[in-house]
Design a protein around this ligand. Structure first.
Ligand SMILES: [Cu+2]
Length: 163
């Protein structure tokens, strides 16, 4: 998911939430309105859960870049450039530090998605820039991709097996 999609979701969720509150504030006495109130409460609760989830994802992204990975994290070198993502296709489960370097001439990013994990850097990497992302990999199949918007059809997805 890119930044624009995330922002649109946040705004949409916040709008729905405030609308829900508006209906709740207008409630009048009587059984019928009590029914409406209950429904509104349920809807507001759902939306609140959605907002919390979205915010958590945003926090994930902000935290995705670490200055120094943990000492016990296994380091994996990743290159991102115009050809996409270049990295090992088989990895061991456990604490992993992806050391991502942009070897291209444009901005690139790195996203790893699978087994309940979906992380990317909040800001794309500029040419020659290196950023580190620490992820606790569980066994399963993952997909690594560059999410830079100016990429067009050049994105190359890499399937990664974690055992
Ligand atoms: Cu790219």
């Amino acid at each position: 998911m890119n930044t624009n999609t995330l922002m649109t979701m946040l705004i949409a969720a916040a709008f729905t939430l405030s609308t829900g509150h508006g209906i709740a504030a207008d409630k009048t006495v009587g059984e019928k309105s009590a029914e409406i109130w209950d429904k509104t409460k349920a809807t507001t609760k759902d939306v609140t859960r959605k907002v919390v989830k979205t915010t958590k994802q945003a926090v994930n992204r902000v935290e995705a870049a670490v200055r120094e990975p943990d000492a016990d994290a296994r380091k994996v070198d990743v290159k991102v450039n115009d050809k996409g993502v270049q990295m090992p296709k088989n990895l061991a489960a456990g604490k992993t530090a992806f050391v991502v370097t942009n070897t291209g001439k444009d901005a690139h990013n790195f996203e790893i998605e699978g087994s309940g994990i979906d992380k990317s850097f909040w800001f794309a990497l500029g040419p020659n820039q290196t950023k580190t992302m620490q992820v606790d990999l569980k066994p399963g199949t993952y997909e690594a991709v560059c999410t830079a918007e100016a990429h067009g059809g050049k994105e190359q997805k890499v399937q990664i097996a974690v055992k």
